[in-house]
Structure formats: C-alpha cells, structure tokens
Design a protein around this ligand. Structure first.
Ligand code: DC
Length: 220
C-alpha cells in the first residue's frame, strides 16, 4: 500500500483541483494535475492537426513530446508554457475524446506513475484510485450536483472574461461526464475503498478538513 499517494477522483467541477492543491500544501505533498496532462496532449494534437486515427503518428508524437510542471502549477509542453491554452474552449471540447484513446492513456499513466513515485503526491483525475494508483492508502471521490458544478465553472469563465452562458457550460460538463463515465478505457468510477464526499454544499475548507480527518484517522 502506498502511503505517499493521495488519490482524488471525480467529475468536472466537483472541486478536485482547488481541494487537491490546498490539501497537498497542508500535507507537505506535491500536486499532480493529471487532467492538465490530457489537456496538453489535446492542445498539441489540435495545433499540429494530427489525425487521431493515425495510431503510428500518435505513438511517435507521444514519444517525442515532453510535458512538465513548475511549482506554480504552470504546464509546459516541450518547455513552452501552455497553462492558459489548455483551458481554452477548443481544448475543452476535444479533451474527453482524446483522453479515451488507449495509447494516450497508457503513456500518460506511465508518466504519472514515474512523476508521483519520485516523492509524496496528491494526484487528481478520473482514474487515479482505480487504475493509476489502486494501492494508494488514501482515496477520495468528490462529487456535486451538475447545477452546482456548472455554477462553479461558469463563475470561473466569467472571471476570465468569457461571455459563455450558464446553459452552455452545463451542457459541456454533461457531455464530458457522459463521455468520461462511458468510455471503454478506464472510465470514471468510484474507486474501490474510496471515501465519497459530496461537495455541493461544502466550502473548500470543509472538504479539506473532512479529508484530513480521514487521513489522520487512517494514519493513527
Ligand atoms: O480534470 P480536467 O477537467 O482537467 O480533465 C480534463 C479531461 O481529461 C476530462 O474530461 C477527462 C480527462 N482525464 C482523464 O481521462 N483521466 C484523468 N486522470 C484526468 C483527466
């Protein structure tokens, strides 16, 4: 069982990334945003107009690109900071499809394991407790109603200056949920032994305190 890994899964807008960053700071762990890795690949595929059905080209691409992070959670693709680009609408619209491709997942999971095994990590994603680190000692699954998740994402979009409507955000989240939960490769599931937290009516601090109390209890 891996004591140095905290696995956090859940759908878009469930609060995973804000919670994971804060929890990592509280525990003195590092944070790995695995969704950002799938977004980085998606950004590259779009920019280079790569045909995702051309598996040999995809394989070559996966072997040649380098994805890395800095301590401010910026994401780099071959040393280019693409933190802003990976949150853009074209990437959002295609990331679930690209994240469902077997060789993309194999490659990313391998990289995630290599990064996380080099230290103590909080990882968030869709398959962390089920596939990437099924032996993690601490596993959480965050969820919230679709209304609440869309409200959170819409607020973020408005703050970025976007004019996207609440209904468009909600529809985009629902589409991604559907795709992520029903894909063949590592679908989004509640991992075995994961602690389920409904964040709909909870603030970040409440969620963190709940998690810390579980981690504390398990450690004691
Ligand atoms: O967490 P996020 O919204 O940044 O994730 C973007 C997409 O990447 C999401 O639609 C599903 C995919 N993803 C995945 O398949 N597996 C992960 N471990 C993380 C994200």
């Amino acid at each position: 069982m891996s004591d140095n890994i905290v696995a956090i899964d859940g759908p878009s807008g469930s609060g995973k990334s804000s919670v994971s960053k804060l929890l990592a700071t509280k525990l003195g762990f590092k944070y790995l945003d695995t969704g950002a890795m799938y977004r980085a690949i998606t950004f590259y595929i779009i920019r280079e107009s790569i045909d995702i059905n051309d598996i040999p080209s995809l394989e070559k691409l996966l072997q040649s690109i380098k994805i890395s992070f800095d301590t401010s959670f910026n994401v780099y693709l071959n040393n280019e900071n693409i933190a802003k680009e990976i949150r853009s609408m074209p990437v959002v619209e295609r990331v679930s499809e690209i994240a469902s491709i077997k060789i993309v997942r194999e490659n990313m999971v391998d990289l995630q394991r290599r990064i996380a095994l080099s230290g103590k990590y909080v990882l968030d994603g869709r398959d962390i407790g089920s596939v990437v680190f099924p032996n993690a000692k601490h596993k959480f699954y965050l969820e919230a109603t679709i209304e609440e998740r869309a409200k959170r994402r819409h607020k973020e979009e408005v703050e970025k200056g976007s004019s996207i409507s609440f209904d468009e955000v909600k529809e985009s989240i629902a589409k991604r949920d559907e795709f992520d939960k029903n894909r063949l490769e590592s679908p989004l599931i509640i991992p075995k032994d994961a602690i389920l937290i409904d964040t709909t009516n909870l603030g970040i601090e409440d969620v963190i305190n709940t998690m810390v109390s579980y981690i504390g209890e398990i450690v004691d």
